[in-house]
Design a protein. Sequence first.
Length: 292
Amino acid sequence: MKILIFGGSGQLGHELIKRGFDLNFELVSPVQSEVDVTNPAQVLSFTKRIKPSVVINCAAYTAVDKAESEREEAFHINCEGAKNVAIAAAKTNARVIYISTDYVFPGEVRRPLLETDAPHPINVYGESKLAGELVTLDQAGGKALIVRTSSLFGKKGINFVATMIRLFQTQKVVKVVSDQQMCPTWAGWLAEVLLDLVRINTTGIVHASCKGAISWYDFASAILESIQPHVPEARAVLEAVTTSEFARPAKRPVYSALDGTKLAGLIGRPAMTWEEGLRSYLIDIEIMDSTK
Ligand SMILES: NC(=O)c1ccc[n+]([C@@H]2O[C@H](COP(=O)([O-])OP(=O)(O)OC[C@H]3O[C@@H](n4cnc5c(N)ncnc54)[C@H](OP(=O)(O)O)[C@@H]3O)[C@@H](O)[C@H]2O)c1
C-alpha cells in the first residue's frame, strides 16, 4: 500500500517513516522545500504524481506559545494546509489522515475525553488545529480520519522529555507545573497505531494517546527517577509550581486526557501506558538498556 506523508521530517513523521519501512509499506514523504502544504498547486500535482492510497498529514505549525502572536501563520499551515491536502487526497481518491491534538478541548471536564465530546479550544494553536480537522472532514469526500493525540515525545525534535533530560543535567532546580494533567504519548507507539489505522480503513475521529493521565510535574519526576541510574549528571531538584506561577503566552487545558476505548476497539488492543512509552523512548535514545 502506498502512503504519502506530509511532515515526514517532524517528530511523528520520523517515527512513521521508520516503522512504515520496517513493515514494508511503500512510503513517499516530500520535504517542505519540495512540497509546501500551503501551496495548493504543489500539493495537488505531487499527490497526483504519487497516486497514494492514503495520505497522512503530519505537517503542522506546532509552536503553541508562538501561535498566540502568529495566528495567521498557524492557521495558514494547520487549516489552509490541511484543506489543500484533503482536496488533493479527494481528487486522487485517497484516504486522508489528519493528526490533531488534545488542545482542541478546553480542559474543563475531569474525565478522559471522548470523540463525541464538544471541542472548544482555549488557545490559537488549538483553534487552528480544530479548523484543520473541520476542513479535512469537509473536503475529503467522506474519506477522512482525524487522529487526536497528546504530548508527544519521539527521538527526533524538541519535546518535554528531551527538555527535562537536558535541564536535569544543567540546572540546580527545575520548576514544572503540577496542576495540568494530560497523557504523555510516545511517538513510536503512535506511529505503529497510525499504520494499523491505515490498514483498518476507518473514518471519522479517533483519540490516540498512551494510557494514563498524569501531571507534567509527576511526569517529570518519573523521567528523573528513570534516568538517574543511567545519567549521574542528572542531579537537579524538581519543584512543583502552579499554572499561575508559570506564565506562558498560550493557555493550556487543565485536564486533557483522551479516552482510548474507541481506538482499542478498532485495533484490538489497549494503548501502551505512558510508563511503557517512556521506557521505550529512553531505550530508543540509548539512555536505558533494553536488556535491563
Ligand atoms: N508535539 C506534540 O506534543 C503534539 C501533540 C498533539 C498533537 N500533535 C500533532 O501531531 C502532528 C505531528 O507533530 P510533531 O510533533 O511531529 O510536529 P513537528 O515535529 O513540529 O513537525 C512538523 C512537521 O511539519 C512540517 N511542516 C511545517 N510547515 C510545513 C509546510 N508549510 N509545508 C510542509 N511541511 C510543513 C515540518 O517540516 P520542517 O521540518 O521542514 O519544518 C515538520 O516535518 C501535528 O499535526 C501536531 O499538531 C503534536
